[in-house]
Design a protein around this ligand. Structure first.
Ligand SMILES: [Zn+2]
Length: 234
């Protein structure tokens, strides 16, 4: 019932996100209902007191730009209220998200955004980490780690067959955390080089994410855990 900018405009009066910003109409016509929103004056007061505090989206955009700009060259950031999700929406566009799964993209930005800033300012917001020309609908259609549960045993056997974890260990060398690029790029490259079909490369990466590994160095210790997950109980 509120406009896209988070402010309800009903005829002569404007209701901000808290009751102290309420502009009371002249002539005491407080029971008149608003044609656009079908709410009465009393209802707008309730609405106003229930909505979250007014956000300064421009300030959030520039704060995020300052945090993310160095690590994500060319990223554009838009913050605003989403009528669809009824909460803050953040659209982060960056060419480097291409080829990465949504959960990898989110992890990448969360490695840079300080945890206390996230807690105080961003918690509860919906994030869309998009490539240059990707739409929100396309992004929402990308697979998530919850989608691959049933296929997991087959994928783990495939990883074993192609010798994936030994290859990853060799690729990352003696200091995996330093060699890691913060996503699953090496895993993808190694799987492709071993002739693994594209769909199975995606499923393998989603399996790593489902087990808490969002990047190559985090995937390495999964070797034993995934093997024991498929071992028949004796
Ligand atoms: Zn890593």
């Amino acid at each position: 019932m509120h406009c896209a900018d988070g402010v309800l405009r009903c005829g002569e009066w404007t209701v901000g996100r808290n009751a102290t910003r309420l502009a009371i109409p002249a002539e005491g016509n407080s029971r008149r209902s608003c044609d656009a929103h079908s709410v009465t004056y009393e209802q707008t007061i309730v609405l106003a007191s229930m909505t979250p505090p007014l956000r300064n989206y421009t300030a959030i955009e520039s704060e995020l730009r300052a945090m993310l700009g160095a690590a994500f060259d060319g990223m554009t950031i838009e913050a605003g209220h989403s009528p669809r999700w009824r909460r803050m929406q953040l659209v982060l566009r960056w060419e480097g998200f291409a080829g990465l799964l949504p959960e990898e993209r989110f992890r990448k930005i969360m490695q840079v955004i300080p945890a206390d800033y996230y807690e105080q300012t961003l918690r509860g917001a919906v994030f869309f980490e998009l490539t240059a020309d990707e739409s929100i609908e396309q992004f929402m259609g990308l697979p998530r780690s919850d989608d691959v549960v049933d296929d997991e045993p087959r994928v783990i056997r495939m990883l074993d067959t192609v010798g994936f974890f030994n290859a990853l260990r060799a690729s990352l060398g003696s200091a995996p955390a330093e060699a890691c690029g913060g996503d699953l790029s090496a895993a993808r490259r190694l799987l492709r080089a071993r002739g693994v079909p594209a769909a199975d490369v995606v499923t393998a990466c989603l399996t790593f994410i489902r087990h808490g590994a969002f990047c190559d160095c985090e995937a390495l210790p999964l070797s034993d855990r995934l093997a024991s997950a498929t071992r028949p109980a004796s």
